[in-house]
Design a protein around this ligand. Structure first.
Ligand code: P1T
Length: 382
């Protein structure tokens, strides 16, 4: 199957009892057994639930994986990957990550004996130079949140495997989605999503996803998902599955509008700099062109007036863009990373990589382009 067909049919079969085209929402915690241990493949919904199983097959299909896992949040999915490690193990991670990922690494897992080195993954050498005998995992976010930096997944994965086959390469594919880039095909071992975002697509659920192509790794992740228990519920699974079915058409419009917004901002007299991998002057435009089908709907920019007051004036006055955390829904959102999504990163760390008060992040939705540009223009010109 090609990608668009996979979003609708991948891993799906009609429900057996009735032929229902969409899986019913199996709101059940447990399943009858005819004799102890004799059942129809379902024992208890933390282990397996038919609605979640339908979604997990879809997740596997759209990322070219063999196994998918649905979690109660994106962070729960990341937590599951980190739990494959042991005290003393080292992780190499990008230096620009979603604030919650950074917080989990530095304030939770460091406490349990994992070590992290944060490097600029723009350059493959920065990653390979950070490898030690204790390195067990590389955590790549591309495009990064919020600076839209691009890491070359294929080059990094192959350089890492050349040094040590056993180091796992995981990619947070939340910003790109499998419509734009498929990390498992590029050599990664694990793909992770905040399915809260584009996969769900309608800002009505919080969910995480993992996809893999190796049966042994799948078994390990499934054990952790079951043993730690952060599963996605059946109603949310239904909503996510419904969302995935329109991922490809939503993404087309996100990309069109994202490009239009980036170009508009690039030429706006109040704007200093725009971060969008589709712009030719983006430092990693060539890598983005190579590994992504298009450039997505996330755009960050910096105002010329670098004061917090100027940023707040803009943020308080957009009308079509809603000031809110999150991204990837059909509606356009605007976010102030320093006070919202990335507030948990200590200020010196934030400033070092350029997350300052003048930085604004847009999740460009699928409304009419004219309305979006007009809204940005009026808020910029106040
Ligand atoms: O929010 P949750 O579903 O737990 O996912 C965490 C997460 C992981 N990875 C990336 C790249 C993310 O952007 C997120 C969540 N991000 C936001 C809420 C945000 O507004 O950036």
């Amino acid at each position: 199957m090609k990608f668009n067909t996979k979003t609708i049919h991948g891993g799906q079969k009609h429900e057996e009892a009735t032929g229902a085209v969409m899986p019913p929402v199996f709101l059940t915690s447990t399943y009858a057994q005819s004799s102890p241990g004799v059942h129809k493949g379902y024992e208890y919904s933390r282990g397996k639930n038919p609605t979640r199983a339908a979604l997990e097959s879809s997740f596997a299909a759209i990322e070219n994986g063999t196994h998918g896992f649905a979690f109660s949040s994106g962070l729960a999915a990341i937590d599951c990957v980190l739990r494959t490690l042991s005290p003393g193990d080292e992780v190499i991670a990008g230096d620009d990550l979603y604030g919650g990922t950074y917080r989990m690494f530095t304030r939770l897992f460091k406490k349990y004996g994992l070590e992290f080195s944060f490097v600029d993954m723009n350059k493959v050498n920065n990653v390979t130079e950070a490898i030690t005998e204790k390195t067990k995992l590389a955590w790549i976010e591309t495009p990064t949140n919020p600076l839209m930096k691009i890491a070359d997944i294929a080059a990094i994965a192959s350089a890492i495997k050349d040094v040590n086959e056993a180091i796992l390469v995981a990619v947070d594919n939340t910003f790109a989605t499998p419509y734009l880039q498929q990390p498992l095909t590029l050599g990664a071992d694990i793909v992770m999503h905040s399915a809260t975002k584009y996969l769900g697509g309608h800002s009505d659920i919080v969910m995480g996803a993992l996809m893999v192509k190796d049966a042994k790794l799948a078994e390990e992740l499934h054990f952790i998902q079951f043993a730690a228990g952060a599963i996605a519920g059946p109603m949310d699974s239904f909503l996510a599955l419904r969302g995935v079915k329109t991922l490809h058409i939503r993404m087309q419009r996100h990309c069109e509008n994202g490009r239009a917004v980036a170009k508009f901002l690039e030429n706006h007299p109040k704007v200093r700099e725009v971060y969008y991998p589709g712009l030719e002057n983006h430092p990693n435009h060539e890598i983005a062109k190579k590994q992504m089908k298009d450039f997505g709907g996330m755009v960050s920019f910096r105002l010329k007036d670098e004061s917090k007051a100027a940023a707040f004036k803009f943020l308080e006055n957009t009308k079509v863009f809603t000031l809110a955390e999150s991204l990837g829904g059909v509606e356009s959102l605007v976010n102030h990373p320093t006070t919202m999504t990335h507030a948990s990163i200590p200020e010196p760390e934030r400033l070092k990589i350029g997350i300052t008060d003048s930085l604004i992040r847009l999740s460009v939705g699928i409304e009419d382009e004219e309305d979006l540009l007009e809204d940005l223009d009026q808020a910029l010109n106040l």
